[in-house]
Structure formats: C-alpha cells, structure tokens
Design a protein around this ligand. Structure first.
Ligand code: ADP
Length: 374
C-alpha cells in the first residue's frame, strides 16, 4: 500500500527484537509499530528506541485494535496511532502527516545545530577579542607609563642643562664688561666693538635660556585649577611689569572669573602684554585695551594693541616655538613667548587666537572655562 502511494524506501520485520538494531542502522523517519507481538510487545520496543533517540522524539506510529492501548502508547512516546481494522485513507493521511512533522523536526534540529555552531564560534571570537583588548589596554598603560617616565627624565635633563648653561654665560658677560670697564679707554674702536658684541650675544643667549626654562616649567607644579578674577590678575601684571608703565592701558574692571592655573595665566597675560608694548612703531605710545566677553560656558579675554599688526598668513605660525615675523634687529625677542602662552592655555583646557592685519594693531584672545561666582 505504501509503495503504491509513492513511498520508495520501506523495510519491514516480523521480529520485534530486530527493530532497534534496524533503526540504529537505517535511522527511519517513521516506524509503524504493532503493539501486541510475541516475545516483546510494542511498549518494550518503544523503551529501547528511546535509548537511540536521545532527544526524546520517537518517530513511531502505533497500530492497535485495543482502544485502551491508544492513550498508553501516546504516553509511552508514540506520536500517533492508527486503529485496526485499517481505514486506508486514514492510514495514508497519518503517515503523510507524521513524515511531514518528522522532516520539519529534522530541519529544525539541523538549523539549531548550525546556530549552535555559529553561536559557539561567535562566543569564541568575542572571548578572543576581549582578551586582545585587555592585552592592548595593558600594553598602552605600560607604554604610557614608560613615556611619562622618559618625558620626566628629559624635562629634568633639559632643565639642568639650561640652568647650568647660564653660569658660564654670566661669566662671559661679566668678563666682557670688566674688560670694557678696566681697559676700554686703551682699546681701539674695533676690539671695543667686538667686546660689546660678545656681551650682547651672551645677553641674548641668556634671554633665550630663560625663556626655554619658562617654557619647560609652564604649568609645572600646578595640579589644581582655581577660580581666578581676570580684572585682578591683569591689574597685578600691569603693576609689576616695568615696561608697561609708559603705555596707556585700559582694563575693564568687571571681568568675570575663570578657571585656570594662576601662575600659568599670569605668565600668559604678561607675555601678551609684553608683546603689545613691544611691537609698536617707534615713537608711538602703546595703547592697550583689555576686556572680556562671555561665550557659552567660557569667558574670552581680549588684549588689543595699536601696534604694527600681523599679516593673516602669519597668524598660525607665530604660536610655534622660535617662530618670529620680525627680525631681531628691529624688535628683540626669542620667539618663545607665544608658544609659552599656547602651552599654558592648552594645559588649562582653553583656546587662544589672534585677529590682526598689518598696520592695524592686533587683538589676541584667550578663552577659558567660566568659574562659578561665589
Ligand atoms: P618674541 O616676542 O620673543 O619674538 P613671541 O612668541 O612672543 O616671541 O612672538 C612671536 C612673533 O609674533 C613675534 O616675533 C612677532 O613677530 C609676532 N607678534 C607677537 N605679538 C605681536 C603683537 N602684539 N603685534 C605684532 N606682532 C606680534
């Protein structure tokens, strides 16, 4: 009957003891099982089939004529039953349905197995990635610590070198001056000029070393930001800086306080003011205006001068170390002042910039976090 209806792979046995062995070998998709058999009944066969089908799915359709066996068979794991005597249409329908369910079951299990394999691969990859991340973090931490140590060593080294270089320089200056004072009268003009040049070169080098020291010291030892009154700090710089005495300086008295390092901010403001009085055409009295304006949660401090101005193409490079637009003959300097300002402002988490045109004065600005008013 099954063969007539298109089923091609069919086997049968009369011996219930053979069922398990055959199923183990052939893995049937459906077993039509009689319940009453000599030597071993269908319930016992199902028990031994459970040993093979570990996931609990028994592809068994029992055939029985006793109605009390039906419920017992289903409980024992059979998936369905057909009653004797057979209704062929019903048998075929149940066989078809059972096979359909069986195939779906196999497909689901295959997908599940594949999913499990993928999930396992994913978990392994995840574990591998997080192992790498931990390792990388460790490496970065170690390298950063090594770098910090090296930078610290270099800073100490450059500080002591610069510091020690000032000693012989001062000796050069002193001896040149002593020669001029004691024997200057008897010197010809040329050796006298040479001595003057030795003296002024030594002085220039001394200024350079001082600026390098200030640069490497900028913000050192200041670890805590504090609230700083801008009007007060600007006034203090103006009062303590002799070169500013001859300038006309207007300070807004009501500038808001900012968050910063006090020494670094004092240094930055005094460098900007020193430039504001230095870079003016000769014979012109420097006029400086200082005010502030709020910008979101920051305060922008403006320092405006009436000096020679800076061409727009030079605005960026003047903040770089040793970068100067004007020659040393006309305006003395080392080219370090603005890089100190940039380093200090950067350490305070602020920004800085300039607005200027040649011949029209300059407006430098520093922007820092606004401090809460007490
Ligand atoms: P230094 O003043 O020692 O030359 P800075 O780093 O302070 O070094 O300044 C770099 C250059 O920027 C100066 O040499 C000058 O050319 C230009 N500069 C700075 N401030 C001003 C200013 N207020 N007006 C015109 N030029 C300026």
């Amino acid at each position: 009957m099954l063969r007539r209806n298109g089923y091609a792979s069919i086997a049968s046995t009369m011996d219930p003891h053979e069922v398990c062995e055959l199923h183990l070998k052939n893995r049937y998709d459906l077993i039509l099982l009689d319940l009453v058999m000599p030597g071993m009944d269908g319930f016992q066969v199902m028990e031994s089939l459970k040993e093979i089908e570990k996931d609990g799915y028994l592809p068994v359709l029992v055939i029985t004529s006793q109605s009390e066996h039906k419920a017992r068979a289903l409980k024992a794991g059979a998936k369905d039953f057909v009653s004797k005597p057979f209704d062929l249409v019903e048998v075929l329908a149940r066989v078809f349905n059972m096979l359909e369910v069986r195939l779906l079951h196999l497909k689901t299990r295959r997908l599940y197995d594949e999913g499990m394999v993928e999930q396992r691969a994913l978990l392994t990859a995840k574990a591998e990635i997080s192992r790498h991340a931990i390792h990388l973090e460790q490496v970065v931490l170690e390298r950063t610590a090594q770098l910090r140590e090296k930078i610290g060593e270099l800073e100490v080294f450059s500080y002591s070198i610069s510091h020690d270089m000032r000693q012989p320089l001062r000796a050069m200056q002193g001896y040149a001056q002593a020669l001029l004072d004691d024997y200057g009268e008897s010197f010809e003009p040329e050796p006298k000029l040479f001595l003057q040049q030795i003296k002024s070169a030594a002085l220039r080098l001394d200024h350079l070393i001082q600026d390098v020291l200030t640069y490497s010291n900028a913000t050192h030892g200041e670890s805590e930001v504090s609230s700083i009154g801008l009007s007060e700090i600007v006034r203090e710089v103006v009062e303590n800086y002799p070169n500013l005495r001859n300038a006309k300086i207007e300070i807004d008295p009501s500038m808001a306080p900012v968050l910063g390092y006090e020494v670094a901010l004092t240094q930055s403001i005094s460098n900007l003011l020193a430039n504001a009085v230095k870079f003016v055409p000769s014979g012109i009295t420097p006029e400086i205006k200082i005010w502030s304006e709020p910008r979101d949660d920051c305060i922008r401090l403006w320092i405006q001068d009436n000096g020679i101005g800076i061409a727009p193409q030079d605005h960026k490079r003047i903040f770089e170390m040793f970068s100067r637009v004007h020659s040393n003959e006309v305006y003395e300097g080392t080219g370090i002042g603005l890089s100190i300002v940039a380093k200090s402002v950067g350490k305070m988490g602020g920004h800085l910039g300039v607005e200027s045109e040649l011949g029209k004065g300059s407006r430098f600005w520093i922007e820092l976090q606004k401090a809460e008013l007490p």
